[in-house]
Design a protein around this ligand. Structure first.
Ligand SMILES: NC(=O)c1ccc[n+]([C@@H]2O[C@H](COP(=O)([O-])OP(=O)(O)OC[C@H]3O[C@@H](n4cnc5c(N)ncnc54)[C@H](OP(=O)(O)O)[C@@H]3O)[C@@H](O)[C@H]2O)c1
Length: 337
């Protein structure tokens, strides 16, 4: 059986869709200019992958078209950590802009993932029919502790959480799905439910969380998003779990929410492939969602990132791709500064 859904999968397979989502970073960060950053969002043209032998089929499908982007192209077997066969990564928020790139990238590396989603049908529309040994989907809302049943975490070795919503009121807040409920309560619930055996919890947060009372950050924090993200971060830090927090700058590229897996694998960060990593909430700028996704995956295995908090931006230039050594250097350099 393919793509195991733990419960109540709606029969209709609808495309993931949401209104335009922006993270209004205060001045002096310029508005995103996707055309200018050379980001390639190729027209999908191809529907979801048919049943294949898991991630290997995915990689092969893309290589045939010779369009694999730097970030994903380098995710080949020679650079995949040796532990990948035993790894089971729980991705929370795997249908979001960053999350779907993480899941696609894990697939291309043949690393098993388990998704915790409010709407499991989105997984099929985004990732197609996949071998259940490669992707498993569980239905759950992080706001509800009762949804975070221990069975969801059985066998999970690593966790990446990239849940979130808009900073300002939008239809995505419907049903009280607000920053307070997701970025604070949801993170707290998740942390409390995680088994102590996990090897790493990577949390995607935001630059500016330590400065939410100061202009210009206080503008973005009008509805509390930075404050609640900081509360979520603090809960993670005091949990005793081995964590890494990745604070993203303003996100560019994507969120690719109307595309399928083939298109996700073709997404590129254009010319903005160079990565800037810092610590101390000093960084202000933009970052490609592809770069954030790669940073999260790399952090799972790089020992020195344990217990650390980083800010991340991407700028024009050549980047580390998915080379673990280059990422290690970047993370280490951030700690040294
Ligand atoms: N946008 C920016 O410029 C920016 C800047 C800095 C940091 N960030 C942060 O970076 C992270 C990733 O951003 P993104 O744009 O990739 O996020 P996104 O597209 O908004 O995706 C958010 C994900 O969270 C899930 N989610 C929302 N509420 C949930 C709940 N109650 N329970 C379980 N899952 C839930 C969503 O699933 P559904 O499909 O169920 O809604 C979706 O998969 C977020 O934490 C965001 O706040 C964003």
């Amino acid at each position: 059986m393919a793509l195991k859904l733990s419960s109540q999968l709606p029969l209709s397979l609808q495309k993931s869709h949401k209104g335009s989502q922006r993270w209004p970073m205060p001045h002096p960060i310029p508005p995103p200019n996707l055309a200018g950053c050379g980001c390639s969002l190729l027209p999908s043209g191809v529907t979801s992958l048919s049943r294949r032998s898991g991630g290997r089929g995915v990689v092969h499908a893309v290589k045939e078209e010779e369009t694999l982007p730097p970030a994903l192209a380098e995710a080949d077997a020679s650079k995949t950590p040796s532990s990948s066969s035993t790894k089971l990564v729980l991705v929370v928020g795997g249908t979001g802009g960053v999350g779907q790139l993480i899941v696609a990238s894990l697939l291309s590396r043949n690393i098993k993932s388990r998704l915790l989603l409010r709407d499991p049908s989105k997984a099929i529309s985004l990732f197609g029919i996949q071998d259940e040994n490669i992707i498993e989907v569980h239905k759950g809302d992080t706001r509800n502790p009762s949804d975070l049943d221990s069975t969801i975490f059985e066998g999970v070795t690593h966790v990446i959480c990239c849940t979130g919503t808009t900073a300002f009121p939008s239809k995505r807040w419907n049903g009280d799905n607000t920053p307070e409920r997701i970025d604070w309560e949801g993170i707290r619930n998740l942390v409390l439910a995680l088994p102590p055996t996990i090897e790493r919890l990577v949390l995607v947060s935001s630059v500016g969380v330590t400065k939410y009372n100061e202009l210009p950050w206080s503008i973005m924090n009008l509805f509390g998003v930075l404050k609640f993200k900081k509360m979520g971060e603090d809960f993670v830090r005091s949990s005793g779990l081995p964590f890494t927090i990745i604070r993203a700058g303003r996100l560019t590229d994507g969120p690719y929410t109307s595309y399928d897996l083939n298109t996700l694998l073709k997404a590129t960060a254009g010319k903005r492939r160079a990565v800037v990593i810092s610590q101390g909430d000093k960084l202000v700028g933009e970052v490609s969602r592809l770069v954030v996704a790669e940073a999260c995956i790399q952090a799972l295995d790089i020992e020195c990132t344990k217990g650390q908090i980083y800010e991340i931006n991407s700028i024009e230039g050549d980047g580390p791709g998915s080379d673990p050594e280059k990422w290690k250097e970047l993370f280490k350099a951030a700690e040294a500064n």
